[in-house]
Design a protein around this ligand. Structure first.
Ligand SMILES: [Zn+2]
Length: 438
């Protein structure tokens, strides 16, 4: 147990160190893909919460922390207050131990039965002359006649060949929450409520040190900028956001980590992925994007989305997200097609949809985000090959192009209004076209 905080601390330190060194405006760090309950990593699954003596104790302390009393559950003592996930479950180790004991018992019973039957056969067989001596010194332990099994009598069947009735039932790995709870309807409902929150908070708590460290980094940058500082490493380092990638259902029935309390302890960005393929449930994207919008407004979180075009409706999903304030869009995933199952580079229809979506977003950025050009748009003619038809017009926009302008010591793009510099575009074009026969 003590190793966990140390491992978390080392991971947090590494992430912050890496993020500080990155020459970009924002870093969005994904901590866990398809995040789920931390207890799913235990041998018992989520039933670990009810089975493990340490987690039972931690659960009681957690419930007490809310000032809840035993009478609110209708409970007699705190021993009854356990997580509804595996309320009566045995630990994985105990189940395995009991299985091993049952196996040994069955093996012993089988051995004894075989010995009895062999003995019985020896008794019943009319042996040839000379074997009688052997009968006087039997190799096997004899059984009294009245214990000899009659194979035709079902009452005599003492051998268990794996019949579950004779062995202790193994506890299912995922015990349905709430089976065999001891209280009335209201008490059980209260216990289920705290069990769901405990599952969430225990998982989210693992990410709390990271959330705090990042908040401190961003606050230090914010203070530097507020002082008018734009040059120090603090001022120039990236804004850092972290997120555990969520599936696109926010119902506790389908996912045990909720979409609200999770963000009180973990992550300063909420990001989910559009994995659903069924058009009947795509409408939930609008709902979940509104959850993201609420976190932005009320908890100061960032909101982003992985859009998987090949799962459908990329344009609609983009609009659902950006109209609710998403600032990070990740088109997941380009390709090549053979790299994994859900790329979209090979799908011309999808490329067209994404092209349209990106154009719409580009046109609307100043409305949605108050965006302005970082630098005025510059039209540059570049040479990409050796034929006239391969000339390409490239527009330098906010993202850096594949080639780079020459810049001065302050990073400002050099301009040559006389167009005489041999590396200026006009001179390069002249040099190139002089070789061509048109
Ligand atoms: Zn435990």
């Amino acid at each position: 147990m003590a190793a966990i905080p140390a491992r978390v601390e080392a991971a947090v330190e590494a992430l912050v160190r890496t993020a500080r060194a990155m020459p970009v405006e924002q870093v969005w760090g994904r901590t866990v893909d398809e995040i789920g309950s931390v207890f799913d990593g235990a041998g018992e699954g989520k039933a670990h919460m009810g089975a493990c003596p340490h987690c039972r104790e931690a659960f009681r302390a957690y419930v007490r922390g809310f000032g809840v009393t035993l009478s609110e559950f209708g409970a007699r003592d705190w021993e009854q207050i356990r997580s509804t996930y595996g309320y009566d479950a045995k630990t994985y180790a105990q189940v395995r131990r009991e299985e091993a004991e049952a196996r040994d018992a069955r093996r012993r019973a089988l051995t004894e039965e075989v010995e009895r039957r062999v003995e019985s056969l020896l008794q019943e067989t009319a042996w040839p002359t000379g074997v009688a001596d052997l009968e006087e010194k039997p190799a096997h332990r004899g059984a009294p006649d009245d214990e000899v099994t009659d194979p035709g009598d079902p009452d005599d069947e003492v051998i268990d060949r794996g019949d579950a009735a004779a062995a202790p039932a193994a506890t299912p790995r995922r015990q349905p929450a709430g089976d065999g709870l001891p209280f009335d309807r209201h008490g059980n409902a209260l216990l289920r409520y705290y069990s769901a929150r405990f599952n969430n908070d225990a998982s989210a708590g693992l990410f709390e040190p990271l959330a705090k460290a990042i908040a401190a980094e961003n606050e230090a940058k914010r203070r530097a900028l507020a002082r008018g500082d734009t040059e120090s490493p603090r001022a120039r380092q990236a804004w850092i956001y972290s997120f555990a990638l969520r599936g696109n259902t926010f119902l506790l029935g389908g996912h045990s980590l909720d979409f609200f309390n999770w963000y009180r302890r973990a992550d300063n960005a909420m990001v989910y992925e559009t994995s659903n393929r069924d058009p009947r449930v795509w409408q939930w994207d609008g709902y979940l994007c509104d959850v993201g919008r609420a976190h932005t407004l009320r908890l100061g979180k960032q909101f982003g989305i992985y859009i998987k075009p090949h799962r459908g409706a990329p344009l609609q999903r983009l609009l659902a997200a950006v109209s609710r304030g998403a600032t990070m869009i990740f088109w997941y995933t380009y390709g090549p097609a053979w790299r994994k199952g859900d790329s979209f580079s090979e799908d011309r229809y999808m490329l067209l949809e994404i092209h349209k979506a990106a154009r719409l977003l580009g046109e609307a950025e100043h409305v949605l985000y108050g965006a302005e050009w970082a630098v005025p748009a510059i039209v540059r003619y570049g040479l990409t090959g050796f034929g006239v038809r391969e000339w390409k017009i490239e527009l330098a926009v906010k993202s850096p192009p594949a080639w780079a302008f020459q810049t001065d010591a302050n990073g400002v793009v050099k301009k040559d209004k006389t167009l005489s510099d041999p590396m200026c575009v006009l001179q390069l074009l002249k040099k190139h076209t002089s070789r061509l026969t048109v």
